[in-house]
Design a protein around this ligand. Structure first.
Ligand SMILES: *Cc1c(COP(=O)(O)O)cnc(C)c1O
Length: 432
C-alpha cells in the first residue's frame, strides 16, 4: 500500500478531500484550521461528499422499484440522519436507541426496517408503536416473541425473514455475516417451514425476505450469488401460497480505503436489477441498506502529534486520538490512510507506527507509515466517516471527540466534545 502523500488534487476515492498548496482541504477549509478552531481529536465530514454518495444511489434507484434505507450503525449522528431524511431516505436500525435517533432526526418510521439478532420485547414494542415498515426476523424463536408482543399490543407486526444464504462475501471474517456458520439469519433449509409457521400466526403480516451477507464487499459477485439463492427461496415460499412483497438485499458495499476498486452504487444496483430481470423478477420491490458506502470516505479523524519517540526497533508517533475514538484498526487490523494536514519537505521522513495513548498494545491507528513529522503536527486519518464515531467509547476515561460538518467554506459543530463532567454523569458514589 502506498504511503505517498498525495501532492496536489483530490485524494483518490475521497471526493471533496484534496491537497492544495501543501494543505489538506476538506471542501473549502483546511484540516489545520479546523483542528485549531475545534480542537482534536475531531471528526470532520464533508456534506458534499455525503450528498454526492446519496445522489449516486438515488440516480440508480430512479425508475426502479427500489427503496433506500441507510444503515445508521455506520454513523448515527443526527446531522447526517437529518440530511438523508430530508432527501427522502429511509433507515435500517438495529436497536431501540437507533430507532429513537431516526425519529429525533425527523425520519419517517414508515420507511424504517428493524434488523438485529437479539431484539428484546421492549425494542419490538417500540418498533411496532412507532409504526416501522418492517421487522427483519432472525430466528424462529424471535418470530414467536414478535407474535406475542404484537398480540399484547393488539397489532399485526410486519415482518420479513432474514435468511442466511451461505455465501462467502470474501471480506474480513468479522464482517462476514452470510456464511452458514454465522450467528445471523435463518438457515435456508428452515426458511420455508418458518414462513409457513409465520403465515399461521395471527399477529404477523409477512412482507418479504431479507439478506445481508457482510460488509466492505468489493465485487458484485457475492451479491449475485446471494440474490440467486434468495430467488430460489422466494419460489419455494410462494409455491406454499405465501406472497412476498419485497426483497431486502441488505448493505455492505465497500469503499476505497487503500487500493480497492469497489463497484459504484450504480454498478451494484444495475447488476442486481439485471439479474432480477434475467430471472423474470424485475417487478419485485427491492430494499437496500447501504451504510459505509454513504459516509465512509466523507469523513476524516483529525488528531495532533503529542510525542515522537524512537525505540531500538522503530519510531512511534503518539497522537491524541486512540482506539477509543477509532476502533477499526484495533478491531479488524483495518488499514486507513494517514495524511499530514500540512506537508514538510519530506527530508525527515521515517517509518512511524501511529499510536494512541491508551494502555493497550492494540491501540494503533496505522503501522509503518512513511511520514515527515514534528510534534504538534495535525494528521488526518482518512476513511473515518463510517464505523468511526459510531464505535467510539470512553475507554481510559477519554471524552469522546467532537464532530463537525463542513459545507463549502462553513463548518458546523454537529456534536460537542464531551466534557469531564459528561464522563461522570449518571454515576453515584457509595451510600453514607
Ligand atoms: C451493518 C449492516 C448494514 C450496513 O452495512 P455496510 O457495510 O455499512 O453497508 C446493512 N444491513 C444490516 C442488517 C447490517 O447489519
Amino acid at each position: 500500500m502506498s504511503d505517498s502523500h498525495h501532492p496536489d488534487g483530490a485524494l483518490p476515492g475521497h471526493p471533496h478531500i484534496a491537497r492544495s498548496n501543501e494543505q489538506l482541504m476538506i471542501e473549502g477549509l483546511s484540516a489545520e484550521e479546523l483542528a485549531q478552531r475545534f480542537g482534536t481529536p475531531l471528526y470532520v465530514y464533508s456534506r458534499a461528499a455525503i450528498e454526492q454518495a446519496a445522489g449516486q444511489f438515488e440516480a440508480a434507484a430512479r425508475d426502479r422499484p427500489l427503496g433506500l434505507r441507510y444503515a445508521i450503525k455506520a454513523n448515527s449522528s443526527q446531522a447526517i440522519l437529518q440530511l438523508l431524511a430530508r432527501r427522502g431516505w429511509g433507515f435500517d436500525v438495529v436497536s431501540a436507541g437507533e430507532l429513537a435517533r431516526v425519529l429525533a432526526a425527523g425520519g419517517d418510521a414508515a420507511k424504517v426496517v428493524f434488523s438485529g439478532v437479539g431484539k428484546t420485547d421492549a425494542e419490538i414494542a417500540a418498533a411496532l408503536r412507532a409504526g416501522v415498515q418492517c421487522i427483519n426476523v432472525e430466528s424462529p424463536s424471535e418470530l414467536q416473541r414478535i407474535e406475542r408482543v404484537a398480540g399484547d399490543l393488539q397489532m399485526r407486526a410486519p415482518v420479513s425473514l432474514r435468511v442466511n444464504p451461505d455465501v462467502d462475501p470474501r471480506t474480513h471474517p468479522y464482517i462476514s455475516t452470510g456464511l452458514r456458520s454465522s450467528k445471523f439469519g435463518i438457515a435456508q433449509a428452515l426458511a420455508v417451514e418458518t414462513y409457513a409457521r409465520c403465515a399461521r400466526m395471527p399477529h404477523l403480516r409477512v412482507l418479504g425476505i431479507d439478506v445481508h451477507i457482510g460488509s466492505q464487499i468489493t465485487s458484485v459477485d457475492p451479491y449475485l450469488d446471494a440474490l440467486d439463492r434468495v430467488l430460489e427461496l422466494v419460489q419455494h415460499v410462494e409455491r406454499h401460497g405465501i406472497a412476498l412483497h419485497h426483497l431486502d438485499l441488505g448493505g455492505g458495499l465497500g469503499i476505497r480505503y487503500a487500493d480497492e476498486r469497489p463497484p459504484s452504487p450504480q454498478q451494484w444496483i444495475d447488476a442486481l436489477f439485471e439479474r432480477l430481470q434475467a430471472r423474470g423478477q424485475g417487478h419485485r420491490q427491492v430494499l437496500l441498506e447501504p451504510g459505509r458506502s454513504l459516509v465512509g470516505n466523507a469523513g476524516v479523524l483529525l488528531c495532533r502529534v503529542v510525542t515522537l519517540k524512537s525505540s531500538l526497533d522503530g519510531h512511534f508517533a503518539v497522537v491524541d486520538a486512540a482506539m477509543n475514538d477509532l476502533m477499526r484498526p484495533a478491531l479488524y487490523e483495518a488499514w486507513q490512510g494517514i495524511e499530514p494536514a500540512r506537508l514538510h519537505d519530506g527530508r525527515q521522513a521515517l517509518r512511524y507506527d501511529v499510536v494512541g495513548p491508551v494502555c493497550e498494545s492494540g491501540d494503533w491507528l496505522g503501522r509503518q507509515r512513511l511520514l515527515d513529522l514534528r510534534e504538534d503536527d495535525v494528521l488526518a486519518i482518512l476513511s473515518a466517516g463510517a464505523y468511526g464515531m459510531a464505535m467510539a467509547s470512553n475507554y481510559n476515561s477519554r471524552p469522546r471527540a467532537a464532530e463537525v460538518l463542513v459545507d463549502g467554506t462553513q463548518a458546523w459543530l454537529v456534536r460537542e466534545r464531551e466534557s469531564l463532567d459528561d464522563l461522570l454523569r449518571g454515576e453515584r458514589g457509595l451510600p453514607g
